[in-house]
Write a protein that binds this ligand. Sequence first.
Ligand code: HEM
Length: 310
Amino acid sequence: MTAFERCLHVSTYEDFKNYSYSHICVIECSFISIFKFLLNICRFLPTKNNRRMREIYQEIRKILREIIGKREKAIKDGKPNNDDLLGLLLESNMNESKGNAKLGLSTEDVIEECKLFYFAGMETTSVLLTWTLIVLSMHPEWQERAREEVLNHFGIAKPDFDSLSRLKTVTMILYEVLRLYPPVTLMVRRTYKEMELGSIRYPAGVNLLLPILFIHHDPEIWGKDASEFNPARFADGVSNATKHQGAFFPFGGGPRICIGQNFALLEAKMALCTILQRFSFELSPSYTHAPYTVITLHPQHGAQIRLKKL
Ligand code: HEM
């Protein structure tokens, strides 16, 4: 999580602490609120949860506005910090707009970008890593194979970017985890004009639900062992894992495909390698396998894992 936040825009520990805490709170409150909305309870009533959500919403905007203000001042003072996403965004925006506020992104736009990247990128990657540790605890033979590969490549040294992309077994494992436990379980698309899909004609404005989780588990697509953990199915890459092209889409697809997919895989590989280099792990007897969805797919009762130093 810290790595992700550092790459995005949180430069100091204090910023990180306040921002991270507020974000988690607003996400939790949002979930409660979304479900209430679905149950036809109006989100705009002055309920305790709605009031708290609005407070946190304002708090996040205040924190972000301060971070952005500091960064803009630093750029104006000739001390830009462009080794993270926010720095790059602000610098390119200032160059584009050349002081004309009507051109480029407004501060509100930048705040929304920060929120989107944080929400889209933090939770998803964290649950991917969580499921990977759970599944590798359930399948010690794959854990051992992954460790062997990592130790062969890096020993106990820090993994480097180029070698991470050459890890075959680790990549197969992450794909298989993304197939069985996709952090985002469904996507929605809306027809913007009348169109034919397959043999069905849809008018404009129809919402189509793409159930990633169900498609990833469909035995007609993946074979009889569809619900089993078998990273070997990805041995020849994603396109050869099944003859149904497009059936593996944990990051969505088309023009709006996840912009952070490479970053997420890199981050997950880095974290997994670091753990495999130092620890072996197994499930604690208190672990109960219960995947459930609250926007992302979580282990309902947590992931109790016992780490043993190597
Ligand atoms: C395992 C990790 C991740 C998963 C499974 C995931 C999955 C997804 C999915 C399914 C979508 C919707 C794509 C579509 O509509 O076709 C999406 C969109 C998006 N993701 Fe990710 N994501 C992950 C990590 C990240 C990270 C690390 C970032 C940022 C660094 C990120 C940023 C975004 C953004 C900004 C969008 C919206 C793109 C748009 O609408 O144009 N994601 N992601």
